[in-house]
Each structure stands twice: as structure tokens, then as C-alpha cells.
Design a protein around this ligand. Structure first.
Ligand SMILES: Cc1cc2nc3c(=O)[nH]c(=O)nc-3n(C[C@H](O)[C@H](O)[C@H](O)COP(=O)(O)OP(=O)(O)OC[C@H]3O[C@@H](n4cnc5c(N)ncnc54)[C@H](O)[C@@H]3O)c2cc1C
Length: 488
């Protein structure tokens, strides 16, 4: 029996598998696709917080070497000025989803995680000690915990009976890579129906296109005939489309699982939330789910923390994602060219001339402003720790370097003899250092320098010291389990 089985080897499932493996969990990934190659176009990039998370694990250089850095963080057509975000990575990284998956897969394989391809999960049954996973070929598989990272149509979610609620689809778009016999107009077009765009692909022979359908299309796989009709309705011609390498349909449906957990079954990524691709949020939300869940699930599996720690996954990630989904819904709604929608869009553009609203949206859409509700206190509490330069006894460091192993860190930044964490020293690493520079948070601005910070493996601050140890042992127990016996 594996300790954890992850269903789905997309960006979320791979990131989660890496997190679990770093924590020493016996994890396997089951992936329906028989080869790693991804057919068709999906994500083309991701934003600052996702880049930071890859940096926290020491693998960001692989992604930076292949991607294009760009200032494309925007709300509709208004640039939000990502360049001014207080982050070491104040930009969006343009990188196709197939490359993202290939690089994550390389990392996960280095960590020794088995990936079983061509294995489709069809159902599950859980009891008090584990989950029986039903596979298409009837092979029996039992696991202590099961995570559905199996995309928007998640079989794990439906088999676990978890409701998926939100806004139903009102519009559908066809996306395709296809050959044409006529010249195509490059660029984007907005009309009363929606958004349409055509762009030549690298091979010079085919084009990539997105076209909004006149009516909401069926849930079935789209045909070349449907693509031809949709193009004629918008452009008056179908440009002689033929020989599609890929056609797919996506909608503006925006839904979220009411619960991210049912007993020993958890959901992450698109399996837990779907939304239109507008604004490129999908990979980031999935990666943030994975790093929030990974260390918690590891501690529960290893008996370090009680099972109730898993409830904090839902409590933290559900509201953080709900905020993003609302914004994405708004942006998708504004993708129409009629006069009323134009008026709303112009109103937003005017408001976004102001620094405050622009900074607030940049914080939200970059993923950098996430704050988990860990109670009142210092502004760092619950937020992601900034990646300051440090001077430590053994030389210069960066905060994120301390997180490469996905272990919690008590970073002591001053004279703090009172901070004794001996009962947790098997789990929590103490680092004494001086911080260089100011502590600046997105949206909030500069905050008072802390005397110490307890940083969770996902990079969020669990406790802030004021020079005393008040609250430290409670925070350690809440997040990293009770003190080791015989040490208090
Ligand atoms: C047109 C388009 C453009 C997009 N652009 C962007 C963008 O620019 N930036 C961005 O961040 N996001 C973008 N997205 C969203 C992004 O692609 C998704 O959010 C992301 O793929 C979610 O990752 P995931 O791992 O959660 O799910 P998925 O990528 O869907 O992975 C799920 C995996 O599970 C496997 N699977 C499914 N069912 C089973 C089963 N029963 N058993 C075993 N395996 C199974 C699938 O084969 C798949 O590999 C876009 C999406 C679309 C459609």
C-alpha cells in the first residue's frame, strides 16, 4: 500500500508528488495519458508567486532558462505594472504547459517518484484505514490517502461525491491548431459575442486560433465542421480550415469544490476549481494548492501531526482561490465588444490609473498577496515570507534557499536566546542570521522588521517574534506537531 496516491500527472499532480517526495513520503502518480507529451495548446505562462515557489524549491533556474520574462500582468488590456512588485521575480514567465510539465517531471523523477502511465482511475471506496482505488483494468490498488489532481472533470471528485458549485457556462470558445488555405487576419477581435484571435504558429504552415461560438456549444468534443461554422459567423469565411492537429472547447464556467477533502480523499488544482483561462491563473492556483497540501499531508501520514491539520488546507486554499476566481470571472465577462460592456471596461481602466487599485490587483493576480487568516498580529503573519538576502554565520544566504528541502525554518534575526525549539529540533531547522534590506510586502508596503519568523515549508509565516518567545511553542505545536517526548 502506498502512503499517498496522486491521480493526474499535470502541473498540480507533479508539483504535489515532488513536495511529498521531498518530505520522505512514499508516493505514486497515476496518469491516464500513456506518454508525457501534451497534445494541443494550454497554459502559456504563469505569474510571480508561482516563480517564487519554484525558487523556494531550488528549481526555478530550469524554468527561467526556457521561458520568456515579460511584463504581461494585466486586468483586461490594462497593464498592472508587475515590474514594481516587491519580489525577486517581478514578471510573468511565458512558458508553454508542455514545457512546464516536462521540467516538473524531470524534478519528480530525480526525487524517485514512480509515475504509472496509461493508468485511468474509475472510482474509489474509502474506509477508516485507507482508500481502495478502482482502475480501468481492474487491478487492485490501496493507498492510505488519495489526491485527485485529475483536472476539471475529476473522476476522483465525482467518485468522492464532492459537489462542484459556481457559475454555469454561458459562452463557449473553440481553440484549435489547424491548416488554412486563405490568409488570416492576425490579432484579436472583440464583438457582441466574445473574443476571437488568430495567430500563425512557429511551423509557418498552421495557425492557432480561438473563436467564441454564437451559442453555447455542447459538452462533447468539437468537430472541424463546428469550427468552420464558428469562423464563418465571425469572419464571413472559414479560411479553408483543414487538417486540424487539435481542436478543443472551453467555456466560461467557474466552479469550486465545496470541500477540498472528504476523509482520506483530497482535491487539488483544476479538480478543485475551474475557471476560464483569462489571465493565466490555472497553473499558479494548482501549484499553490500543491505546496500548501504537500507538507501537511506528509506530517499526517508520518504521524507527526493529527489528521485535523488537513482541514487547514481547505480553510486556507478555498478562500484564496475564490478571490482569484471572482476576478477571472470579471475579466472573462468583460471580453465582449458591445457598448455597455465597453463602458464597464473603460470604468475599470480609469480606476486602474490609480496606484492603489492597480497595486491591489497586481498583488492578487501575481499570487503574491495571499494571506492566510492566522489571527491578529504582525503584517507578515499568514503571508508569504519575502526573499530577503541574509548574512548567516556560514556566509550569505537568501530566505528562499532555506526552504529548498521543504522543511520548516525558525529564522532568528536578532539576539534571541529565549527562543528554544529543542523539542521540535527533529522537525524545525533554526537559522540565525541578519537580514539585509527592508521588509516589503505587496499591497501592504514596508512593514516593521521582525525579530524572528517561523516559516512553514510552503513559505508562509506561521509566527512572528517581537524579541520574546510568546506564542512560539503554540505555533510550533499547531503547525508541526506536539513537542518530542522527554524534551520538555
Ligand atoms: C486554452 C487554455 C489556456 C490556458 N492558459 C493558461 C495560462 O496561460 N496560464 C495558466 O496558468 N493556466 C492556463 N490554463 C489553465 C491550465 O491549463 C490548467 O489550470 C492546468 O492545466 C491545471 O493543472 P492540473 O494539473 O490541475 O490539471 P490538468 O492539467 O488537467 O492535469 C490533470 C491530469 O490528470 C490526468 N487524468 C485525468 N483523469 C484521470 C483519471 N481518471 N485517471 C488518471 N489520470 C487522469 C490527465 O490526463 C491530466 O494529465 C489554460 C487552459 C486552457 C484550456
Amino acid at each position: 500500500m502506498h502512503e499517498v496516491t496522486v491521480v493526474g500527472g499535470g502541473p498540480t499532480g507533479l508539483m504535489l508528488a515532488g513536495e511529498l517526495a521531498l518530505s520522505g513520503v512514499d508516493v505514486v502518480v497515476l496518469e491516464r495519458r500513456s506518454t508525457p507529451e501534451l497534445i494541443g495548446t494550454r497554459a502559456r505562462g504563469f505569474h510571480s508567486r508561482t516563480i517564487e515557489i519554484l525558487d523556494q524549491r531550488g528549481i526555478v533556474d530550469r524554468f527561467l532558462a526556457e521561458g520568456q520574462r515579460a511584463q504581461v500582468l494585466s486586468f483586461g488590456s490594462t497593464s498592472l505594472g508587475a515590474g514594481s512588485l516587491p519580489s525577486r521575480h517581478p514578471y510573468t514567465l511565458g512558458l508553454g504547459q508542455s514545457n512546464v510539465e516536462r521540467l516538473l517531471l524531470g524534478w519528480v523523477e530525480e526525487l524517485g517518484v514512480p509515475i504509472r502511465r496509461g493508468v485511468a482511475v474509475t472510482g474509489l471506496a474509502q474506509d477508516e484505514t485507507g482508500v481502495d482505488v478502482h482502475l480501468q483494468d481492474d487491478e487492485p490498488l490501496r493507498t492510505a490517502y488519495l489526491v485527485g489532481a485529475d483536472g476539471g472533470r475529476s473522476r476522483v471528485r465525482t467518485a468522492a461525491g464532492i459537489d462542484f458549485v459556481g457559475a454555469e457556462a454561458t459562452r463557449s470558445h473553440l481553440i484549435a491548431e489547424v491548416s488554412v488555405t486563405e490568409d488570416t487576419p492576425a490579432g484579436m477581435r472583440l464583438d457582441d459575442v466574445g473574443i476571437h484571435a488568430i495567430s500563425p504558429l512557429e511551423d509557418g504552415q498552421t495557425v492557432g486560433l480561438v473563436v467564441t461560438e454564437q451559442q453555447l456549444g455542447p459538452a462533447s468534443e468539437p468537430t472541424l465542421q463546428e469550427l468552420s461554422e464558428a469562423l464563418r459567423a465571425v469572419y464571413g469565411t472559414d479560411f479553408g480550415v483543414h487538417a486540424p492537429t487539435w481542436i478543443s472547447r472551453f467555456t466560461d464556467a467557474t466552479r469550486q469544490a465545496v470541500s477540498y477533502r472528504s476523509g482520506r480523499v483530497l482535491l487539488a488544482g483544476d479538480a478543485a476549481h475551474v475557471h476560464p483561462p483569462t489571465g493565466g491563473q490555472g497553473i499558479g492556483l494548482g501549484v499553490q494548492d500543491a505546496v500548501n497540501l504537500g507538507w501537511k499531508l506528509a506530517q499526517v501520514v508520518q504521524g507527526v501531526s493529527p489528521d485535523s491539520l488537513l482541514d487547514s488546507y481547505q480553510a486556507e486554499r478555498h478562500p484564496a482561490t475564490a478571490r482569484v476566481l471572482k476576478n477571472v470571472m470579471t475579466q472573462a465577462f468583460l471580453q465582449r465588444g458591445d457598448v455597455r460592456t465597453e463602458a464597464v471596461r473603460d470604468t475599470f481602466s480609469d480606476l486602474l490609473e490609480l496606484d492603489g487599485p492597480r497595486a491591489a490587483l497586481a498583488g492578487l493576480l501575481s499570487g503574491l498577496d495571499v494571506r492566510h487568516d492566522l489571527g491578529e498580529g504582525h503584517p507578515l503573519l499568514g503571508r508569504r515570507v519575502p526573499d530577503l538576502d541574509l548574512t548567516a554565520a556560514d556566509g550569505p544566504r537568501r530566505v528562499f534557499e532555506l526552504l529548498h528541502e521543504a522543511r520548516p525554518v525558525l529564522l532568528v534575526l536578532g539576539d534571541s536566546d529565549s527562543l528554544d525549539i529543542t523539542p521540535w529540533s527533529d522537525r524545525v531547522r533554526r537559522v540565525d542570521a541578519q537580514a539585509v534590506g527592508t521588509w516589503e510586502l505587496p499591497v501592504v508596503g514596508e512593514v516593521p522588521a521582525p525579530a524572528a519568523v517561523l516559516v512553514r515549508p510552503d513559505g508562509h509565516v506561521a509566527w512572528v517574534g517581537d524579541g520574546t518567545a510568546t506564542g512560539l511553542h503554540d505555533a510550533l505545536t499547531t503547525w508541526f506537531g506536539p513537542p518530542a517526548q522527554g524534551t520538555t
